[in-house]
Unconditional design. Structure first.
Length: 210
């Protein structure tokens, strides 16, 4: 009679996989490493997941990526027509959505790190690029919503891509290096203020601010 699979063992494997992927990345992590982290044999790990890709799918499911992208998109869309976030009240949609996004990232801290900066070779390898592309389009649309359409040159588009690439890497590093929620909040607030000021400067040269 085949041995019954245990939900608690499966969750231990997923948790060990999450920590291994966050520490080493998908490409470098081995199933043996995951098994050691879960406290079981490598052979037993394969009874629950056919291979490393199947494990990654369980650690970072597609719905998680959709939720993260949706929250990022909603946060920026809430700024439509708004020139300066400092003019917003504490209960403005932008601030409420920023809080929802931050709570999501704190709750799923290591998953965000994995999908943004440790997914090379995995089924989510290009998710970080998708995020950057989406943020670039939203930022440009936001600048246009202020009544001054932006026409970016090839060089300016490249610069904006670097700005947002740096932004998501910085957010991932904050989540990776800080476990305490208060510390994460403080670091995110400081970096976001810097980021928004930089975007305002970038778009000012094109007749708009973001």
């Amino acid at each position: 009679m085949p041995q019954q699979l245990k939900p608690e063992v499966r969750e231990k494997i997923i948790d060990a996989g999450l920590h291994a992927f966050a520490a080493s990345g998908f490409r470098v992590t081995t199933m043996q490493e995951v098994a050691t982290g879960a406290g079981i044999s490598t052979g037993n790990t394969y009874r629950y997941f056919a291979d490393k890709r199947a494990l990654f799918e369980a650690v970072v499911p597609a719905r998680f990526c959709r939720d993260l992208l949706r929250l990022l998109r909603q946060r920026i869309e809430a700024l439509k027509g708004i020139d300066d976030v400092r003019s917003l009240s504490a209960d403005a949609p932008y601030h409420l959505l920023s809080e929802e996004l931050l709570r999501f990232c704190v709750e799923h801290r290591l998953r965000v790190v994995v999908v943004l900066t440790r997914a090379e070779g995995s089924p989510r390898a290009r998710f970080g690029e998708r995020v950057v592309g989406s943020l670039m389009r939203l930022a440009t649309a936001h600048a246009a919503s202020l009544g001054q359409p932006v026409r970016l040159t090839r060089a300016q588009r490249f610069a904006l891509e670097q700005i947002y690439g740096g932004f998501i890497r910085a957010m991932a590093q904050i989540l990776e290096q800080h476990e305490d929620e208060a510390a994460i909040r403080s670091a995110v607030e400081a970096y976001t203020s810097y980021h928004l000021a930089g975007l305002r400067g970038f778009f000012a040269g094109n007749g708009a601010a973001a």
